[in-house]
Structures are given as structure tokens and as C-alpha cells.
Design a protein around this ligand. Structure first.
Ligand code: 5GP
Ligand code: MN
Length: 340
């Protein structure tokens, strides 16, 4: 985003009447955190602002300040369509392609001719639907980019404890609590400022990570006992069928982070989790890697997905067994990258 873009945005943003903020479908801490941070900023400036999430977001994010005001598109389609049709500005956050908003894609496509779109995102290969793009795949999280955006806009002084909390949460969740390689000195510098501005780091950590249900831990137990290792290729993968999800009373967000256990095995550099979703008729997949092995490319090329080099997702219309067979049969062609 150039200085010219920043001054253009400054010239219209605070004059706009209606602003809509859209995170990706199945929003995570970074998507909700970045959305709510901008929501609070604009609301505090007296601008009519609505966060519209394509679908429900996980319970473990429901303590976040402002989360109770998020409109769920799936449940309020006509109200949301009206709001989007009157928007002057639409922020799209933490995704690179309008298809990542699922059923919102058509209405958002239409709105690109009536509203100014501002994209802030750190995923690979962004599409070019937005009028203003702040895309940087090297930055750990959209939340860090939102902080930097506020800074460039001379708005850092307007960051309240609520906003600091939202931004802190997204940086924390997208960096695996500041441990992924994308975590830089700049990230820590921003985190320090967020704490000074009122983000309560211990409480945020507890709200996200220490609110497990007994059933979620049992589901994790099942995931771990389903774990398979292909030692000769440094690959680990696990599965959850719809039946297993039902058995442990699965709720949205319950499987968050499960894929990382495979990657924690010594020597493993590529891990995956396959989760059956009967209502959508798909197997949803999360991929994680260490080092240079690009799960973004793997997901994009074989499983209709994408993401980042070391964290990506995708889906399969095949059944679980066929999906696993496809996955396993693909691995030998990556042998050189996986065992170096
Ligand atoms: P997760 O595995 O945690 O759901 O997602 C990991 C990363 O991949 C996130 O940055 C997420 O936005 C991205 N991602 C997950 N699923 C998909 C998908 O189906 N398509 C694309 N393009 N990206 C995905
Ligand atoms: Mn993100």
C-alpha cells in the first residue's frame, strides 16, 4: 500500500456513512480480531459499521469485545444484503479471494461496483478485486497488518484497550503464540505497544487456550490415537470421521490446532488432518509443514485450497477413504523435498 493509497483512503474513509467489514468463511482469531479492531475504530469515529461474517465463528472467540455485534450472513441473508448494497466502503480481511467468503461471493462481487474495497491480507497470490490492496505474505497475521495500517494512517493514538485486545489475539493465534518463523522483532515490538495500550496478555491467552470442554479433550485423544506416521517420508496425518465428531459432541472450533500434534513428532515436516463434513459433503483438510515444503502449493495443486507456505487448507469431494488414498499416492512425487 503506497503513501498515495493511504492519503486517498484518509480522504474518503472518515467521510463514509456505511462501512462493512468481512472476514473469511470459518473465521479464526486473526480474521475476527482484525475485523473487530477496525469495527471499534470506525464506530468510535461515529461511522455506521457492520462486521458480516459468512458463517458462525467458534465459541472460543465469543469473549472478544464487539463479537456479540457480528452479523452472521448465513442466518441474516436479506438484512446483510441490504447493508452491503448501501456500503460506501468494504474491508475484506484475512483472505485473498472472494470465493473464501463462500455464499457471500456474489453479493460482494456486485458491491465492487458500488463500494470502495480495501483488502488487508497476508495470504499467497491475492486476487485483484479490491480498489486498495495491502497484501504482504511475509507478515505473520492480518492483525499485525491492521496495526501497521493504523500506524500509517496516523491512528495509533486511537487504539483503545478493546482494539489492542482484538489485535493481540489475532497475532497470538496466527503465530502459534509467537513461535512461528513469521514472528519478527517488529511483531514483538507491536505486541509490546498493544500491552501498553491495554491488551491483557495473560487473560487473552487463558480465554483462547484454557477454555477446553472435557469433550474437546476426548476428541483430541481420538485424533491422537488415529495418528498415522509415514516415517520414510517424514509425514504424519490423522483423521476424524463425522461419526467420531458426533460422538464427542463436536462444536465449531473444537479441532483448531489438532493438526499441529503430527508436526510435533521428531523429524516430521509435513502433517495433515482430514475431517469429514457430512452436511457439506466434503472432507476438510488442514496442512502444516516445517521449512521449505510449501503446503500452499500442495493444497492449491491437489485439494482446491491454499494458504501460506507452512499452513494451508483445502477440501475433497471424495469420501474419507478415497481422499486418504489420493493423499498417500501423491506423496512419492514430493519425496525429494520431504526427506532432504
Ligand atoms: P486452517 O488449516 O487453520 O483451516 O487454515 C490454514 C490456512 O489456510 C489459513 O490461513 C486459511 O485461511 C487457509 N485455508 C484454509 N482452508 C482453505 C481453503 O479451502 N482454501 C484456501 N484458499 N485457503 C484455505
Ligand atoms: Mn491470518
Amino acid at each position: 500500500m503506497t503513501n498515495e493509497d493511504i492519503s486517498k483512503i484518509k480522504s474518503f474513509l472518515f467521510k463514509s456513512k456505511n462501512v462493512v467489514i468481512v472476514p473469511h468463511k470459518g473465521p479464526d482469531g486473526d480474521a475476527i480480531g482484525s475485523s473487530l479492531a477496525i469495527f471499534h475504530l470506525l464506530k468510535n469515529e461515529g461511522i455506521n459499521t457492520t462486521v458480516i461474517s459468512p458463517n458462525e465463528f467458534p465459541d472460543f472467540l465469543k469473549w472478544m469485545p464487539g463479537s456479540e455485534e457480528i452479523l452472521i450472513y448465513e442466518k441474516n441473508e436479506s438484512e446483510a444484503d441490504t447493508i452491503i448494497s448501501t456500503a460506501d466502503v468494504v474491508f475484506t480481511l484475512d483472505f485473498n479471494h472472494l470465493s473464501r467468503t463462500g455464499i457471500m461471493e456474489p453479493v460482494l462481487k456486485r458491491a465492487t461496483s458500488t463500494a470502495k474495497f480495501i483488502l488487508i491480507d497476508h495470504h499467497e497470490q491475492p486476487d485483484d478485486y479490491a480498489h486498495f490492496m495491502y497484501s504482504d505474505v511475509s507478515i505473520c497475521s492480518t492483525c499485525q497488518m491492521v496495526f501497521q495500517f493504523f500506524d500509517k494512517m496516523d491512528l495509533a493514538e486511537k487504539i483503545t484497550p478493546e482494539m489492542a485486545t482484538c489485535i493481540y489475539t489475532g497475532i497470538m493465534t496466527d503465530t502459534g503464540s509467537f513461535k512461528y518463523r513469521s514472528t519478527t522483532g517488529e511483531t514483538h515490538h507491536i505486541i509490546a505497544q498493544l500491552i501498553e495500550k491495554g491488551a491483557d496478555n495473560t487473560t487473552i491467552h487463558e480465554n483462547i487456550y484454557d477454555t477446553n470442554s472435557y469433550e474437546r479433550l476426548q476428541l483430541l485423544g481420538r485424533t491422537l490415537s488415529n495418528l498415522k506416521v509415514i516415517n520414510e517420508l517424514n509425514v504424519a496425518y490423522t483423521t476424524l470421521t463425522q461419526e467420531e465428531l458426533n460422538q464427542f459432541n463436536f462444536k465449531k472450533g473444537d479441532t483448531e490446532g489438532f493438526v499441529n500434534y503430527g508436526l510435533s513428532l521428531e523429524g516430521i515436516i509435513f502433517a495433515a488432518i482430514f475431517i469429514e463434513n457430512e452436511s457439506e459433503g466434503i472432507v476438510k483438510i488442514s496442512f502444516r509443514s516445517k521449512g521449505d515444503f510449501s503446503v500452499n502449493d500442495f493444497a492449491r495443486n491437489h485439494f482446491d485450497g491454499g494458504g501460506h507456505i507452512n499452513a494451508a487448507g483445502g477440501k475433497s469431494q471424495l469420501n474419507m477413504q478415497q481422499t486418504l488414498e489420493k493423499f498417500i499416492s501423491l506423496l512419492p512425487q514430493y519425496q525429494e523435498e520431504l526427506i532432504k
